[in-house]
Write a protein that binds this ligand. Structure first.
Ligand SMILES: O=C(O)CCC(=O)C(=O)O
Ligand SMILES: [Fe+2]
Length: 356
């Protein structure tokens, strides 16, 4: 697929570039760069991450899945009960309090199903679990993609853990392969759009701990701290985009930043193409209670104490488990569950600013 060049006249927000190979070696300078990115904006580019080839294979399988008739894809629909795994049609979620529908379709494959394959543990058995092309390539493509993505996110989490002053491996205890979680791979398709301002995915913070995103076209935008203007994140070849989600922000008492972002069509003539993106979301095990680990780290305790002076301390002592947190957010995004603007509000996470 050839994509028109990035238009140079659109404003973009620069991200720090972090080198995964250096992180693996625990290079001190690279760790500082990651820390700056994770605490100030919560987004960074990751290069040399070893997942490009597998990501391409997942994109290819995503194209096959999305080419199936809608009726076939709907057999694998995620449902209205707050389960994320499975297919979601375009228009299935709201993008704002107004109830305006989204324009993307996606397929979510549970990390638990990918790792347990040939058993299907989170969805009903084959025939109703995932579309055929995904089942066919679960072993050759999806499972290795999930394993590699977990390795990348776990490496980053281990480094952030130590910088937060937590005991070795603490954050990883919340993110084991074994415990069921909402961790998943998501293949996203947005159709060509004549209106380049049409919102594809509404303003949100990510639900989980770390997101590892592959995209070729623009359209992802961040609302940088202190800014009122959405800014594009420019796609760079072979560079993934990583970001912190709500769970790590809560565990860290807000030290790690879960930043607002959204997706609109790619700018300019890029919008004439289908937009594909692929994300692996690492999320805490279902039983994890989402609250700041203030009793386990001096700097987290300090961050929570400081935030008490502000209005939103409850944000760091939310009380629910990860399972409840995700189910609430997913369920209340669904148009089928919408009662009014309050349904959208009930889908919100740690967002400080509510952007309609
Ligand atoms: O498609 C993208 O660029 C970002 C997707 C995203 O933010 C999400 O699925 O949470
Ligand atoms: Fe997101």
């Amino acid at each position: 697929m050839s994509i028109p060049a990035w238009p140079e006249d659109v404003p973009t927000h620069p991200l720090l570039v972090v080198d995964y190979q250096l992180l693996k070696k625990r290079d001190a300078g690279e760790i500082e760069k990651l820390w700056e990115a994770a605490t100030k904006l919560g987004f960074w580019y990751l290069k040399d991450h070893e997942v490009d080839e597998l990501a391409q294979k997942v994109f290819d399988l995503g194209a096959e899945v999305m080419a199936l008739p809608l009726e076939e894809k709907m057999k694998y629909e995620q449902g209205d009960e707050g389960n994320s795994f499975g297919y979601k049609k375009a228009g299935g979620n709201a993008v704002a309090a107004s109830g305006e529908p989204d324009t993307i379709e996606f397929l979510n494959v549970a990390k638990d199903d990918a790792l347990a394959w040939p058993n299907v543990v989170r969805r009903a058995p084959p025939g109703t679990s995932y579309p055929e092309p995904a089942l066919e390539r679960m072993e050759s493509t999806i499972q290795p993609f999930v394993r590699k993505s977990l390795a990348v996110n776990n490496t980053i989490m281990d480094i952030l853990n130590d910088k937060l002053g937590l005991k070795k491996g603490r954050l990883l205890e919340f993110h084991t392969d074994e415990e069921f979680s909402a961790s998943e791979a998501r293949i996203i398709r947005n159709p060509p759009m004549s209106n380049t301002q049409k919102i594809a995915i509404g303003s949100h913070t990510d639900f989980g701990s770390l997101s590892f995103l592959h995209n070729r076209q623009g359209g992802l935008q961040v609302l940088p701290p202190g800014s009122e203007t959405w800014q594009y994140v420019k796609p760079i070849a072979n560079h993934a985009v990583c970001n912190v989600g709500d769970s790590l922000s809560i565990f860290s008492g807000g030290i790690l930043r879960s930043n607002l972002h959204r997706v609109i069509p790619p700018p300019s003539t890029q919008a004439n193409n289908v937009r594909w993106s692929l994300v692996f979301f690492s999320r805490p095990g279902d039983s994890s209670v989402l609250r700041a680990l203030a009793a386990e780290s001096d700097i987290i305790a300090e961050a929570v104490a400081l935030s008490k002076e502000g209005e939103d301390v409850k944000k760091f002592d939310t009380g629910p488990t990860a399972e409840e947190w995700f189910a609430r957010r997913i369920k209340n995004q669904r148009i089928a569950n919408r009662k009014g603007p309050e349904t959208w509000m009930a889908s919100r996470g740690t967002e400080r600013v509510q952007v309609a």
